[in-house]
Design a binder for this molecule. Structure first.
Ligand SMILES: Nc1ncnc2c1ncn2[C@@H]1O[C@H](COP(=O)(O)OP(=O)(O)OP(=O)(O)O)[C@@H](O)[C@H]1O
Length: 321
């Protein structure tokens, strides 16, 4: 839970815009097109996952939303305006972009105090956010000695410092231990439940499926999907049936003749698509083929993500040695 002292002015007064709008956004670096004609909206009250394989353009898009880089064409706005034109800084949008991008010689408290001062934020927020992210005990330690997980927590503290209605996080789960991962998921959901806009990038669907309720998926700088997690999951729900039988060749012939697509696996198992488990059972019984296993499985969110982004994966590993 939030400390009672937590200020909520920006959130509670309802006057601060929370919608992120990305419109026909393109960013080129010389011959590299990092972002290509992206259009999407991120709304308050949700955790929106921003997914894409390595090099898809997620960090570039977040930097453009924050006004840290200029678009080649198109626009990225928060509350209808380019963010760098807004005077309220960290009190409007909080962001964790790169956890390493901090002065290692400073203490955690000094780092946050400097940010608070330059953004007109009360000093007491420094202690509040340090407590919130579990770093109160490390407040006087130099950041240079922090683990990646501690730096992520510090970056999250900095994002929360101004109690902003809009929050962006670039790969915040990297380096966190299991307790940290659970904590950060709960934190994001809590922030969204408070009516904030929470936009979180990741290259792993598994990190997002228990956290986000909306998804923006990109590949090679282009939009692949913008929908709820439930809608995204439905795309990938291609049912397959796993069958184990000592007579795999005979069953394969029967099922193929019925129009199913059958892939042989190890240990006398077959993976069948295009026929229900019930129909496979009937056919096996009719042909007196013994079954040792008959199980339906639906493809996971991770598989749906891999399928959808397969054509846009830039960096593929070779065959294992
Ligand atoms: N400053 C830059 N100069 C040149 N190319 C850049 C620059 N920033 C990003 N790129 C290129 O733009 C593309 C998108 O990079 P970006 O970092 O936005 O992707 P990402 O989805 O955040 O990837 P990752 O998950 O690996 O962090 C990549 O091909 C990258 O090499």
């Amino acid at each position: 839970m939030w400390p009672t002292a937590r200020c909520r002015a920006g959130v509670a007064d309802g006057t601060v815009g929370r919608v992120i709008e990305v419109n026909e956004l393109t960013k080129r670096y010389g011959g590299t097109t990092a972002v290509n004609g992206l259009t999407f909206t991120v709304s308050p009250g949700h955790v929106t996952g921003f997914l894409g394989p390595n090099g898809a353009g997620k960090s570039t898009t977040l930097r453009l939303i924050l006004g840290l880089n200029k678009p080649t064409t198109g626009s990225a706005t928060v509350d209808g305006r380019v963010f760098r034109d807004r005077p309220r800084g960290l009190r409007h949008v909080g962001a964790l972009l790169d956890a390493h991008d901090v002065h290692g010689g400073r203490t955690a408290a000094a780092h946050l105090s400097a940010l608070a001062r330059s953004n007109g934020i009360a000093r007491r927020r420094v202690d509040e956010v340090l407590r919130e992210v579990g770093l109160a005990g490390a407040a006087r330690r130099r950041i240079g000695g922090f683990s990646l997980g501690m730096k992520q927590r510090l970056g999250i503290a900095a994002a929360l410092l101004g109690d902003p209605p809009v929050l962006l996080f670039d790969e915040p789960i990297n380096g966190l231990d299991p307790e940290g991962v659970l904590w950060v998921r709960g934190l994001f959901r809590q922030l969204a439940a408070e009516g904030r806009t929470v936009f979180v990038s990741s290259h792993l669907m598994s990190e997002m499926e228990n956290t986000a309720d909306q998804l923006i998926v990109i590949g090679r700088g282009e939009l692949i999907a913008a929908e709820s997690v439930a809608e995204f999951a439905a795309r990938g729900t291609r049912l397959s049936v796993t069958v184990r039988t000592p007579d795999a060749a005979a069953l394969m012939a029967v099922l193929t003749a019925e129009g199913a697509s059958v892939e042989p696996g190890g240990e006398e198992s077959l993976t069948v698509t295009g026929l229900s488990a019930a129909r496979i059972g009937e056919l096996a019984s009719h042909h007196r083929i013994v079954l040792h296993e008959l199980a339906t499985r639906s493809s996971s969110l991770e598989e749906a993500f891999m399928e959808l982004t397969a054509d846009s994966v830039e960096y593929l590993a070779g065959e294992p040695r």
